[in-house]
Design a protein around this ligand. Structure first.
Ligand code: GUN
Length: 291
């Protein structure tokens, strides 16, 4: 069994990005600049955005965090997006999700300039991805592809089962794993809350990508021997610790890891890869922007 070490691989990627940024600085060129908009005070969202800003500092990017109150109106947010679209100093930006209920998420994501949409959530970019055109790939699916690639995990002709159809992970992942090329060329089953007999499906999978958000959902008896297991779940479970919670994935790691050929841990698997690939998308945005 091999652990797919997202912490290590994401560090390698950040070092590669930093080397490119160092070259830009040496040549007196402008470095990439990422902005992140966060609306409200959701604890997990604040943690994620904080990690994104720290990652920018680590590789030498400029970063801007835009904090808006929980009562921000849709118009106010759209005005902010318009400002970021027009600001030539900003190469890419993200709107951290989820947004408060008074704001229409799809409307907001469609307002982002597709050339600055480093999350890859704009329908134009999602469509391009579906058509195998070059574009921004959402960071979590992009991170999973990169992890599979760097460990040389074979995907061609394999049966991939994706659990969860979110716009951020499950849906794009199901498209990417079935695309031509590597990683890809696999036969994909997309499962969700209305799927019947899920164990019958997961137990036939060569590769399982679980993005459900239910702690320890995937048990050993749902997995065949030598399966590749990618755990995208990051759920905060309350406990008596100082933080008041611990982090757990969708996979019952203790038992499933005994059957798996490759498996991602939580934490330290897919999570750090997401941030590394957001930086990568920002670097791509900057290069397109300057040329
Ligand atoms: N919320 C959960 N995951 C993500 C992500 O990848 N990007 C943004 N913007 N919000 C998220």
């Amino acid at each position: 069994m091999t652990i797919l070490d997202g912490k290590k691989v994401s560090n390698d990627i950040k070092n590669e990005i930093k080397a490119e940024v160092d070259k830009m600085k040496a040549n007196g060129e402008k470095v990439p600049h990422l902005a992140a908009v966060i609306v409200g005070n959701d604890g997990a969202s604040l943690t994620y955005v904080g990690s994104k800003v720290r990652a920018c500092e680590r590789v030498g990017f400029e970063s801007t965090m835009v904090r808006l109150s929980n009562t921000t109106s849709e118009i106010e947010l759209l005005d902010k997006i318009d400002e970021l679209n027009k600001n030539d100093d900003i190469d890419g930006f993200i709107i951290q999700l989820p947004l408060p209920p008074q704001i229409n998420t799809q409307k907001v994501l469609m307002a982002v300039d597709p050339n600055k949409d480093v999350d890859g959530f704009h329908p134009m970019n999602f469509g391009k991805m579906s058509l195998d055109m070059s574009t921004f790939i959402p960071a979590t699916p992009f991170g999973i592809l990169e992890l599979l690639d760097r460990y040389g995990v074979e995907t061609k002709g394999k049966h991939t089962v994706v659990i969860g159809r979110s716009h951020i992970v499950g849906r794009p992942m199901s498209i990417l794993m079935g695309r031509k090329g590597f990683p890809g060329n696999s036969t994909v089953t997309l499962t969700h809350s209305h799927t019947k007999n899920i164990t019958q499906i997961t137990s036939q999978a060569d590769i399982i990508i679980s993005a459900l958000g239910i702690p320890k959902f995937l048990k050993a008896e749902m997995v065949k021997d030598d399966a590749v297991i990618i755990d995208v779940g990051i759920t905060r479970v309350p406990d008596d610790s100082e933080k008041g919670y611990y982090i757990t994935g969708d996979v019952d790691f203790a038992t499933v890891s005994k059957k798996a050929s490759f498996i991602t841990p939580v934490p330290g698997g897919v999570g750090p890869m997401t941030i590394a690939m957001l930086l990568k998308n920002t670097l791509i945005a900057r290069d397109q922007h300057r040329n």
